[in-house]
Design a protein around this ligand. Structure first.
Ligand code: 4AD
Ligand code: MG
Length: 463
């Protein structure tokens, strides 16, 4: 048996004149009675390889069964192609059909399907050029993230998916239970009695690995998590998923400036990595999806991010002369329209906003001396809005405990977190990068549902 070659390798350094074996899915078949041309794709690259078939040497019935979507194996000689649009072709000697594909019912016949339609056939959309490109880039970014941190001595820490705490304190959690939902046990106070539940307490899917990540950083020094996170927020927007992946570095001895420096360097590294390693896929997306994609990536790579504090941001917004759908003012959270104005209209580059009012940020952020703001940072990107959220953490036991009490957070679920502030506390910082928001930015796609293989959103958990 000949060893299978990947199409990417054959196109990169073609062994002309050699017999090769390729396997893949038929993208198109055209030709006439004497000769057929098959464009074959095996997922290794966006490019197809052309198979040339001398119809006289093959059984008619076999050739008929080779239609768009079919899976075949082809043995033949690799030759220089005289045809336009490619310089390599395989002159088929032997063809085996692994899987026929019924032309009548195959949903991907026509070109130009809408993204909405392709979402409904997410099990097949990998076979389009667009989704092939998106998911190869997604892979490359995941790999680059691990490489970035590994090269810098950060440890990959696995934080739990099932937790008993709510990191962001927003109460947007999916419950995890094995209780009989038709017969939920109630205690003497009329509350659900979780003591008989699987874990003997109330649990949920994690909204963030940060709290456990901090425990790691306060011993290992620099760690990062990279895992799925879950939010039961009823947000039907092109930027929100109920299940998304987050990268959360957490570093001992970093203040907020160190944290911002890391965030900016990290994002630029990922962009540079994609530009260098995903050239063909990015070019395709630039040509077909978003004509500004490559220009925008290079622009963000080449320019320093603006750093301003929340109070300055609010001043810019209130004096902008714009009419806002959502009101602006100290103490109010910035909405997508405000973030995008700052990034796309006012500064025309990525912006990091720091020192938000404590009321609109999570309990764990380091309190500033003004008593009103915390050492938060949000990184805002063109076309995306918030791509990173992070902060310096409150390392002072009393201040942290007071904040937990003020916000009426359940201290019984956070005793271990408070313990680190009792036993050798240290200044430390970290942030969370939404992986899918990063992939949105890297690919120029416009809906977050189209950069994760199987999106989970309100009322949708198909596949
Ligand atoms: O700003 P967030 O909520 O911050 C945290 O969870 C912190 N614990 C992170 C940390 O400091 N370690 O979320 C971080 C990022 C956001 O900036 C956004 O990119 C992404 O996660 N994100 C979402 N992405 C997709 N769908 C959602 N529903 C998201 N919510 C947040
Ligand atoms: Mg945030």
């Amino acid at each position: 048996m000949m060893k299978r070659s990947k199409i990417k390798e054959l196109l990169k350094s073609p062994p002309f004149g050699k017999e090769v074996l390729v396997k893949g899915w038929v993208r198109t078949k055209r030709g006439n009675r004497n000769i057929a041309f098959i464009a074959l794709n095996d997922g290794s690259t966006i490019n197809n390889i052309q198979i040339v078939v001398d119809t006289a040497s093959f059984d008619d019935n076999l050739l008929k069964e080779i239609s768009t979507g079919a899976c075949i194996a082809v043995e033949g000689m690799l030759a220089e192609s005289p045809g336009k649009g490619q310089n390599v072709e395989i002159q088929a000697r032997k063809i085996e059909i692994y899987g026929k594909c019924d032309a009548e019912t195959y949903p991907l016949q026509k070109k130009g399907h809408s993204m909405e339609f392709l979402r409904e056939i997410a099990h097949l959309r990998f076979r389009t050029n667009t989704f092939g490109a998106v998911f190869r880039i997604r892979h490359a970014m995941a790999f680059a993230i691990h490489k970035y941190f590994n090269d810098r001595g950060f440890y990959y820490l696995h934080t739990p998916i099932i937790t008993g705490s709510d990191c962001e304190g927003a109460g947007e959690m999916f419950h995890v239970t094995t209780l009989d939902l038709k017969n939920v046990p109630i205690d003497t106070d009329g509350e659900i009695d979780f003591s008989n539940d699987f874990f003997g307490k109330e649990t949920n899917l994690t909204v963030s690995g940060q709290l456990e990540g901090e425990l790691g950083a306060l011993s290992l020094g620099e760690i990062y998590t990279f895992g799925p996170t879950f939010r039961a927020e009823n947000s039907n927007t092109p930027r929100h998923l109920a299940e998304f992946w987050m990268i959360e570095p957490e570093m001992a001895f970093y203040d907020l400036n160190d944290n911002m420096d890391l965030a900016e360097d990290f994002l630029k590294y990922l962009i540079a990595y994609a530009l260098e390693n995903c050239t063909e896929d990015l070019q395709f997306l630039n040509d077909m999806i978003d004509r500004d994609l490559l220009g925008r990536l290079r622009f963000v790579l080449d320019n320093e991010f603006v750093r301003i504090n929340y109070t300055e941001a609010v001043n810019i917004l209130t004096t902008s002369g714009r009419k806002w759908e959502f009101p602006v003012g100290f103490g109010r959270d910035l909405q997508a329209e405000h973030e995008r104005y700052l990034v796309e209209t006012h500064f025309k580059r990525p912006v990091i906003i720091t020192d938000y009012p404590k009321e609109i940020k999570a309990f764990y952020m380091k309190q500033n001396d003004d008593g009103r703001t915390v050492r938060a940072m949000d990184v805002l990107f063109p076309g995306i809005g918030e791509i990173i959220g992070g902060s310096q953490r409150e390392e002072d036991y009393d201040k942290l405990k007071n904040r937990i009490t003020e916000l009426k957070l359940p201290e019984k679920d956070l005793w271990w977190y408070l313990d680190t502030r009792k036993f050798g506390t240290a200044p430390h910082s970290g942030f969370g990068l939404g992986f899918e928001r990063m992939i949105l930015f890297m690919t120029g796609m416009s809906n977050i549902r189209d950069v994760i293989p199987f999106p989970r959103t309100p009322k949708n958990a198909e596949f």
